[in-house]
Design a protein around this ligand. Structure first.
Ligand code: ISC
Length: 432
C-alpha cells in the first residue's frame, strides 16, 4: 500500500457471495437496516445495483494522488482477500463503495468503504455478499433475516433552508464576472456551483430520502457513500471487462410541468446553439481524456434529450475499449483520468479550475467528484456526484449543491434559476 492511503481493516478478509431468488426481492434501498446516512452505501438505478452496510474496511486518501493511492490500496487489499463468489457478475465478490473530492486540495479527500453486507440485483440475478474477517465467518443472512433487521423508519423532520457560502445575489454577481472572463476569451467554459444549507428538526432517515430519489429519478443513479447522497444523471465511467461507457451531460432546460410545452422546450434545447456549444465542450473533453488509453472511441454525432422530472439535458453516450498496455486499468483509474470533465469544471480544465477556485468561494467537498463502486477485478461504475448533498456528521443537516455550465451566451439570472431547478431533486426527496 502507498503511504498516501490509510487503511483500516481488522485482518485478512473473506468475501462470500451467494445467489438469492430475484423474484420477490424487495426494493434494494428498502433493505438498508438503519436510518444513518453514514453507514449506508448504495448505487441503484431502475431497481438494479448494489446496497451495502457495516464496515469491513475503509481506505482514506487525500491530495492530488487520492485516486491512485485508493486504487493501489484496494488492489493490495483484494490481493490478500479470500473470495468465494458463486454468482460471478459485476458487483459480486469483493466490492468497495467510493467517493472522492472534486478538488485535489479539499479536506474531503477520498474514501473507499468495504461493507460487511451487500445485496445486489442485476436482471434475473440477485445475491448477498458478506465480507468479514476470516475469524468471524458466519453464513450469509437470508433476505428474510435481512428484512427482519430493518429498523422502523424515523418520522420526516421539518426542513429549514438557508443560503450557503454565497447569497443568491452574490452568486449571480460571480457568474456575471465569469461571463466577462469568457467573453474576454480568458477561458471557454466554466461550471459555477453554489451550495444551500438544509437544517432539520430531527435526524434524517436516509432510507426515505434514497427511496424518494430512486422512485422519482429512475433514469438516474441513486447513491449513498459515507454521507454523500444523491441521484445523478451523469455516468463518468462504467468499466465492464475492458469496455468503457460514459454518459456525458451538458446543456439544460427546465421543465414547465406541462408535457406538451416540454416537448417544444426539448426541441428548442436540441437546437440551442448555446447549449450545443456547452455540450460539445463536454464531449470533446471526454474523448480527449480517453484518447491516451482507449481505442475505438464512439461518440454520437448529435446528443439526445434526456428527460428528467425537473430538467431536460443534452446527453451523449460514449463508448470505448481500453487498449494495449492500458487494458488492465481499473474503473477508478479511468475515473481519475477523466475527472474533472467539462460538465463539472470547464475548458481548458486548468484555467476553469482556477476560475472556480477564485469565484465560487466555497469548497465543493465531494460534490461533482466521482462516486460509485469498484470490484476486485477493477470493474465498476463511477458517476459524477451531482444532484447531491453531504449529510452532517450528526444527521441533522445537509449541504445541497448545484452547478451550471457558463459559456459566453449565458445569462446570470437564467443560471440561478437553472441551479434552483437542479436543487429540486434533493429538496423534494427531503420533504416528501
Ligand atoms: C454541474 C451540474 O450539472 C452539470 C451536468 C449536466 C448539465 C449541466 C449544465 O447544463 O450546466 C452541468 O454541466 C449540477 O447539476 O450540479
Amino acid at each position: 500500500m502507498t503511504d498516501a492511503a490509510h487503511l483500516t481493516a481488522s485482518s485478512t478478509l473473506v468475501a462470500r457471495t451467494i445467489a438469492v431468488p430475484a423474484q420477490g426481492l424487495p426494493d434494494l434501498l428498502g433493505l438498508l437496516p438503519a436510518p444513518d446516512a453514514h453507514g449506508a452505501a448504495a448505487w441503484v438505478r431502475r431497481g438494479e445495483g448494489v446496497v451495502g452496510w457495516g464496515e469491513a474496511a475503509r481506505i482514506t486518501t487525500e491530495g492530488v494522488d487520492r485516486f491512485a493511492a485508493a486504487d493501489a490500496a484496494w488492489r493490495s487489499l483484494t490481493e490478500h482477500m479470500v473470495v468465494r463468489d458463486e454468482v460471478g457478475l459485476p458487483g459480486t465478490g469483493a466490492i468497495a463503495f467510493g467517493s472522492f473530492s472534486f478538488a485535489p486540495d479539499s479536506p474531503a479527500g477520498g474514501v473507499l468503504v468495504v461493507p460487511q453486507i451487500v445485496v445486489g440485483r442485476r436482471g434475473d440475478a440477485a445475491w448477498v455478499t458478506t465480507i468479514t474477517a476470516a475469524a468471524d465467518l458466519v453464513p450469509p443472512p437470508t433476505i428474510a433475516e435481512i428484512r427482519a433487521r430493518v429498523a422502523q423508519p424515523l418520522p420526516a423532520p421539518a426542513v429549514a433552508y438557508t443560503e450557503g457560502a454565497l447569497t443568491r445575489r452574490q452568486w449571480r454577481a460571480q457568474v456575471a464576472a465569469v461571463i466577462d472572463l469568457i467573453r474576454g476569451a480568458s477561458v471557454g467554459k466554466v461550471v459555477m456551483a453554489r451550495d444551500v444549507r438544509a437544517d432539520l428538526d430531527g435526524p434524517l432517515d436516509v432510507r426515505r430520502l434514497l427511496s424518494n430519489l430512486g422512485r422519482d429519478y429512475r433514469s438516474c443513479w441513486t447513491f449513498a457513500v459515507d454521507g454523500l447522497v444523491g441521484a445523478t444523471p451523469e455516468l463518468l465511467v462504467r468499466r465492464e471487462r475492458g469496455l468503457i461507457s460514459s454518459r456525458v451531460l451538458a446543456g439544460t432546460i427546465q421543465r414547465s410541468g406541462d408535457d406538451e410545452a416540454d416537448l417544444a422546450r426539448a426541441a428548442s434545447l436540441a437546437r440551442s446553439s448555446k447549449d450545443l456549444e456547452e455540450h460539445e465542450f463536454a464531449v470533446d473533453s471526454l474523448t480527449r481524456s480517453l484518447a491516451p488509453f482507449a481505442a475505438s472511441t464512439n461518440a454520437p454525432d448529435a446528443p439526445f434529450v434526456l428527460h428528467l422530472p425537473n430538467v431536460m439535458h443534452l446527453a451523449s453516450d460514449v463508448t470505448a475499449v481500453l487498449a494495449g498496455p492500458h487494458a488492465q486499468m481499473s474503473s477508478l483509474a479511468v475515473a481519475a483520468a477523466l475527472h474533472p470533465t467539462a460538465a463539472v469544471c470547464g475548458t481548458p480544465t486548468d484555467v476553469a479550475a482556477q476560475v472556480i477556485a477564485d469565484h465560487e468561494q466555497m469548497d465543493r467537498g465531494r460534490y461533482a467528484g466521482p462516486v460509485g463502486w469498484i470490484g476486485a477485478d477493477g470493474d465498476g461504475e463511477w458517476g459524477i456526484a451531482l444532484r447531491s448533498a453531504q449529510v452532517d456528521a450528526d444527521s441533522r443537516g445537509l449541504r445541497l449543491f448545484a452547478g451550471c455550465g457558463i459559456v459566453a451566451a449565458s445569462d446570470p439570472a437564467d443560471e440561478l434559476a437553472e441551479s434552483d431547478a437542479k436543487l429540486e431533486p434533493m429538496r423534494s426527496a427531503l420533504s416528501s
